[in-house]
Design a protein around this ligand. Structure first.
Ligand SMILES: *Cc1c(COP(=O)(O)O)cnc(C)c1O
Length: 342
């Protein structure tokens, strides 16, 4: 069946982004592939990164671990949300290990899988998931593979970064684990003090630029193209789209494209997004609809029904246009795309 919108995902770009992050960190890099690989595809991403040498993968839930299927030899999978009260069966049936976040989870793991390896999250200041540094006595008799912490403000220059680093160093010296890990994509940019033994990038693998240090090194991964459903001229003085927010000051050539907010092209792009026809930029005219947008194509008058145009979905630039975070831009991409891995 023909699909009038297409997501093209560049496997080589994911691999090269991972290599840059690992080189920058100076220690092995894992990969966060939760939320189905940030919306692009967890299985394909894991496969591409395994090929590149990645051996540590992170999902959020046991359902995500199961959906991923078995990983190849030597690869480890961690379930970041740990073992909850309803998770008795799944962890025992899985080769993934939990990252334990609370005293309750630690107790549960000791009970259901005594001696079996796990990871542990220490909360050093984000106050989201993890044991507080004062709770580490609970960790005795655990076989900890990796002890983690997670940065709250790594994408900014915030004093909390160094405070978290100091707190994690103190905990790491008191808790025995095979490895220690703290940095996400932005944390890798902060410098090697944050690397410890393993880093956990997500966003930057998929083309997100978390901080300016990564600018020029991270390649764009996802490309969005949509087909033209109709070509029309909007007569001077008439409007286009819901709410009539765009009014043509002169006769305006427009292409109506097969993409809208139901595909994750959210309304933040209304009158602010753009598409490309070759080197010509085509501005979004008026509001984004559920399944359609209009782009002005005075710059490319030859465009016809059935031809394709590329949306500007370069993450830093699309984030500025739409007001959405680079994370949201990836994870909201919908299910109607034809997905092509190249
Ligand atoms: C999602 C996540 C990451 C990856 O973060 P990015 O900002 O996408 O690089 C790393 N560690 C933990 C604990 C996470 O939840």
């Amino acid at each position: 069946m023909h699909r009038p919108l297409r997501l093209t995902i560049d496997r080589t770009a994911i691999q090269e982004n991972w290599r840059w992050l690992q080189d920058r960190a100076g220690v092995p890099a894992g990969a966060a592939i939760k939320a189905d690989g940030y919306g692009l595809g967890a299985r394909e991403t894991a496969q591409a990164l395994y090929q590149a040498g990645c051996r540590d993968f992170f999902v959020s839930t046991w359902a995500e671990a199961e959906a991923l299927g078995p990983l190849p030899l030597g690869a480890g999978l961690v379930v970041l949300h740990g073992v909850g009260p309803a998770d008795a069966e799944a962890p025992l049936a899985s080769t993934a290990r939990p990252c334990l976040n609370t005293i309750e989870q630690v107790g549960r793991w000791k009970e259901i899988a005594p001696g079996r390896p796990c990871d542990v999250m220490i909360d050093t200041g984000i106050n989201r998931l993890g044991l507080r540094p004062t709770e580490i006595e609970a960790l005795d008799r655990l076989a900890i593979d990796t002890l983690h912490s997670h940065l709250a403000c790594a994408d900014e220059d915030d004093p909390l970064n160094e405070m978290q680093l100091e707190r994690f160093r103190a905990v790491a010296s008191a808790v025995t684990a095979k490895r220690y890990s703290m940095a996400n994509s932005a944390g890798i940019c902060l410098g090697r003090d944050y690397s410890f033994d393993l880093v956990r990038p997500g966003l930057a693998l998929y083309g997100g630029v978390p901080r300016e240090e990564a600018d020029g090194h991270i390649r764009s991964v996802a490309r969005v193209d949509a087909e033209i459903v109709q070509r029309r001229t909007i007569p001077a003085g008439e409007s286009c789209g819901y709410g009539a927010t765009f009014v043509a000051t002169e006769d305006t050539e427009a292409a109506i494209l097969n993409i809208g907010y139901a595909d994750g092209y959210l309304r933040g792009f209304s009158s602010r997004g753009s598409a490309f026809a070759g080197e010509f930029a085509l501005p979004v005219l008026g509001r984004v609809s559920m399944d359609l947008i209009a782009v002005g194509c005075d710059a490319a008058p030859g465009l016809k029904e059935g031809e394709w145009v590329e949306l500007d979905y370069d993450l830093p630039s699309a984030s500025k246009q739409s007001g959405l975070s680079q994370y949201e831009l990836l994870t909201t991409l919908g299910s109607r795309f034809e997905r092509r891995w190249v």
